[in-house]
Design a protein around this ligand. Structure first.
Ligand code: NAD
Length: 347
């Protein structure tokens, strides 16, 4: 009967409308009942969508009511499901092992947000060296005396990133872009990685590998955290790491909040051991640490790393093209994560 049936989580595409029209010609789209997680699970138990072949999620912000995609939820999926293709680079809402064990392939949309996320990382790095949040606070006070006081205070504290060392925790796709851009500011690159990056990447960044995480901590003037959040990276940046950092150094996180032990970070900033921090993500997001809110040397953003229209356009394209490749054209996924499966059409 031809057309694969696709269960859609959340909203339909809003940017790639031509592609979306073509996609709908080739696949039958069914919307998931996401009024609540329980309602979704019940709809699966009731077999309300019938047999479907794939699951798509076009935006990071919608279709989240089903999360977490744990073993219990995944066990309710019909055996016909072969693919889950989702917006976003992170996939910490999903038990990937359990999904793969059911014979379901997973594709994220990595790459689409690399430019946007690395740009925000550079903004935060610059902010930690130049104290732009403090300066903005001074300007926004509207008080000429505070303006002058803040200006004078910053003359004694701001430093240039030029000639300083950026310590990269992880050297994946986004961090490579961060490092490439940081070099334009004259920074030197040191990295710590569990999966050695290609030789040509290391060479083009003129990057030096640290043998351990603590060695990286000791060498960096500013640390940039860009690793996925998973069991092995929970509180990867802990009090021991922070203590190993140079007095007066800085840290930036554009990965996921719980990769840093936020209480330990607050303590390191309060004691003055760390000079400043730039955080796009927060351990208890959307709650921001009360202590950090008070610190003018800390720049805080609302998880906007990947948030630019170009990213969302890329998410929509990748979710559709992965689904087309795998379920319609017999090709391998473009951005698979976890266990690699051949297209069900190719076997
Ligand atoms: P990636 O998979 O290309 O890179 C991650 C790298 O981290 C990999 O090379 C991996 O080997 C390395 N790594 C894993 N565990 C490590 C450890 N313990 N020590 C050192 N290195 C380790 O992923 P990416 O596309 O570069 O994205 C990185 C993360 O950034 C994502 O997982 C996501 O959570 C986050 N992200 C945030 C935003 C935002 O809006 N702030 C946007 C996009 C992505």
């Amino acid at each position: 009967n031809g057309k694969p049936r696709i269960l859609m989580l959340g909203d339909a595409p809003i940017y790639q409308l031509e592609h979306w029209n073509a996609f709908q010609q080739r696949a039958e789209i069914v919307s998931a009942d996401l009024s609540s997680r329980d309602a979704f699970m019940q709809s699966l138990r009731d077999n309300r969508y019938g047999a479907f072949d794939g699951i798509v999620k076009f935006a990071v912000e919608t279709g989240n009511a089903a999360s977490p995609w744990n073993q219990e939820l995944i066990s309710l999926l019909p055996p016909s499901v072969k693919l889950f293709a989702a917006a976003g680079a992170g996939f910490d809402y999903l038990d990937l092992t359990a999904l793969n064990a059911r014979g379901i392939a997973f594709a994220n949309s990595r790459g689409a947000g690399d430019t946007a996320t690395s740009d925000i990382a550079l903004f935060l790095i610059l902010a930690t060296f130049r104290l732009t949040t403090y300066a903005e606070w001074g300007a926004r006070s509207g008080d000429p005396q505070i303006f002058d006081e803040v200006h004078l205070d910053i003359t004694r504290k701001a430093r240039n990133p030029n000639g300083k060392t950026l310590g990269c925790v992880g050297l994946g796709a986004i961090q490579r872009e961060i490092a490439r851009k940081a070099k334009a500011f004259g920074m030197h690159i040191v990295y710590y990685e569990v999966a050695p990056p290609p030789e040509e990447v290391v060479r083009s960044l003129e990057a030096r590998r640290a043998d351990s995480l603590l060695e990286l901590a000791r060498e960096a003037d500013c640390v940039s955290v860009s690793v996925p959040y998973m069991d092995s990276t929970h509180h990867l940046i802990d009090s021991a790491f922070l203590a190993a950092m140079q007095p007066g150094s800085r840290i930036v996180n554009t990965a996921r909040g719980p990769v840093i032990d936020e209480a330990a970070l607050v303590a390191a900033l309060q004691s003055g051991h760390l000079f400043s921090a730039g955080l796009d993500v927060h351990e208890f997001e959307p709650r921001v640490s009360e202590e950090l809110i008070q610190m003018k040397q800390v720049t805080l953003t609302t998880h906007i790393g990947g948030v630019a229209q170009e990213t969302y356009e890329g998410f929509e394209t990748l979710v559709m093209s992965n689904t087309e490749r795998f379920l319609l054209d017999g090709q391998a996924l473009e951005t698979p994560v976890g266990k690699q499966f051949p297209s069900p059409l190719s076997t």
